[in-house]
Design a protein around this ligand. Structure first.
Ligand code: SIN
Length: 535
């Protein structure tokens, strides 16, 4: 990358550099602050993470009628043979401890008559979803942690500061180079760098994610030589609000957990035709069934019906969904909600071990940006917030236990950076960037969506490569951003071309069945051939 050289970038030093301020980043920051100085970077504001918008809740086997054994079994069954079983055991067992820690810290989850009000979601055989503020769980937990972070003198946060590359040398990461809101470069050096930037579902036109979830963290890590795993597994949430203009937002799975029905456009309740678990089948099964119904009817949506449910309970338990639908003229206590699947969660990501370690020393990853294999080929609902807290703590522990914490950035790495400054991009460039981003999201929706084919993926690869022509029209910040977005999109395409079977959330029209020969993870390192790792 070349920069205009006229200024020495200021350096901020800390023990832990946390990149991202969703649930994983905030939890990691709070825990790490017990052991050293922490810096948190976020490219937007702390309120704009994907976790902030999570509705459903956090799954934990804490009910006396439940046990870790049932939760592990449900997670493995959802994952279609690809879960890392040890990661699942840790998720579930340590998840109970982390949720208890949150409660001890003062986090208030919704209560019922007999204690915590535990919800049910698809793929869970027990009621085990803790929620807060009805269906505003992400907002409640993230706000709770933001308050704790803001009060903590050991943590400094920098908002509107986007990382553009890791500062690494000889397989070791020493921190990151970032751009602040004035497009000035800042050097953040740290003993350990923890990546927690979330997923990439906003690469798709129809998504439940905020616009910033475009997978930059995956791209930066991959460019620095970090391995990435299972990028083909993009989870589509079955029930995102459908509107003709493309606008979509999440209608939580918890709504089905409380008894909502899926109805075809011809008025038939159809899920029993596909699974004994009906509307509460795992997410991949429900999404595929909706897709089939849509294909048969020729319509772009089906309906979610809550009309038989108690109107007052709907309004109090799902207040934000009630209000969001009202804005589109749908009163969910009286009207059926048009819904269709939308890109929701990136199962693949930066390859990590069980303590968040990557193949680059000093670089750790946790939360949606990471792939430890805990979700296999299909994530169980509400296991993602749980993953954030369990693996954020594990990543900090990994950093603490690492024998080769960086003690300082090598002089030559720093001197290569001196005087770098990137000028801001013009309005015209911003327009070009927005246009190209729109093109990319429509390519992803059209040919890399829920159902894929070899021919469609080939076409997507061609079109995405064509989009890279836009890079010549851009400079500065938008060029860097577009490059990252294209890279992550192409990774999803490449991995999807590679996996010639249908498994979990990855559906290939031309390879419609699960192939036992493909019970493997795909791992890729820049400049190398993909590796197939048998489970
Ligand atoms: C939902 O509320 O349906 C989303 C929960 C999740 O993705 O785990």
């Amino acid at each position: 990358m070349s920069y205009e050289r006229n200024r020495v970038p200021p350096e901020v030093k800390s023990d832990f550099l946390i990149i991202g301020s969703g649930l994983a980043g905030l939890y990691a920051a709070l825990y790490a602050s017990k052991f050293g100085k922490v810096t948190v970077l976020t490219k937007s504001t702390v309120e704009e993470s994907n976790s902030f918008w999570a509705q459903g809740g956090i799954a934990a086997a804490i009910d006396p009628e439940d046990s870790a054994w049932f939760h592990i079994k449900d997670t493995l069954r959802a994952g279609r043979g690809l879960c890392n079983e040890r990661a699942v055991e840790l998720l579930v067992n340590e998840g109970i401890e982390r949720v208890t820690d949150l409660i001890d810290l003062g986090m208030e989850f919704d209560m019922g008559d007999k204690g915590l009000d535990l919800g049910l979601e698809g793929g869970h055989t027990k009621r085990r979803i803790l929620h807060a503020g009805g269906s505003s769980t992400g907002r409640e937990i993230v706000s709770f942690l933001i308050t704790a972070v803001e009060k903590n003198p050991g943590i400094t946060k920098h908002e509107s500061t986007g990382v553009v590359e890791f500062l690494s040398r000889d397989g070791r990461c020493y921190g990151a180079l970032a751009l602040d809101s004035d497009f000035e470069h800042r050097v953040f050096s740290a003993g350990s760098t923890i990546l927690a930037t979330g997923g990439a579902s906003a690469l798709y036109e129809r998504t439940t994610n905020p616009g910033g979830s475009t997978g930059e963290g995956i791209s930066i890590a991959y460019q620095s030589g970090a391995r990435v795993t299972d990028m083909e597994f993009v989870q589509f949430h079955p029930t995102a609000f459908y509107s003709e203009d493309g606008g979509s937002f999440l209608i939580s799975e918890a709504v089905r957990g409380e008894g909502a029905h899926l109805i075809s456009t011809e008025g038939r309740r159809f899920m029993a035709d596909y699974s004994d678990l009906g509307e509460l089948a795992p997410r991949d099964v429900v999404s595929r069934s909706i897709y089939k119904e849509m294909k048969e009817s020729g319509k772009d949506y089906v309906y979610l019906n809550l009309k038989h449910m108690d109107a007052e309970i709907i309004k109090s338990r799902f207040g934000n969904i009630y209000l969001a639908c009202r804005e589109f003229g749908v009163d969910i206590t009286m009207d059926m909600i048009p819904v269709a699947p939308a890109a929701h969660y990136t199962i693949g990501g930066v390859s990590t071990g069980l303590r968040g370690e990557t193949n680059i020393k000093g670089l750790f990853a946790c939360g949606e940006v990471a792939c430890s294999g805990v979700h296999g080929a299909n994530r169980l609902a509400s296991n993602s917030l749980l993953e954030c807290v369990v693996f954020a703590k594990r990543a900090v522990d990994g950093a603490l236990q690492s024998t080769d914490s960086a003690t300082g950035m090598p002089g030559e790495l720093l001197s290569n950076l001196t005087d770098c400054h990137l000028s801001g991009s013009s309005d015209a460039e911003q327009k070009t960037y927005i246009e190209c981003r729109k093109n990319i999201s429509s390519i992803m929706n059209r040919n890399v969506g829920m159902v894929r084919s070899g021919a469609g993926l080939q076409e997507a690869a061609r079109e995405l490569k064509e989009c890279s022509g836009y890079l010549d029209k851009l400079t500065g910040y938008f060029k860097i951003k577009l490059n990252m977005i294209l890279q992550v999109s192409l990774l999803i395409v490449r991995f999807s071309q590679f996996r010639e079977e249908s498994r979990g959330v990855h559906i290939r029209e031309d390879f419609p069945v699960e192939n036992p020969g493909w019970k493997s993870h795909i791992v890729l390192e820049r400049g190398k051939e993909p590796q197939i790792l048998k489970v």
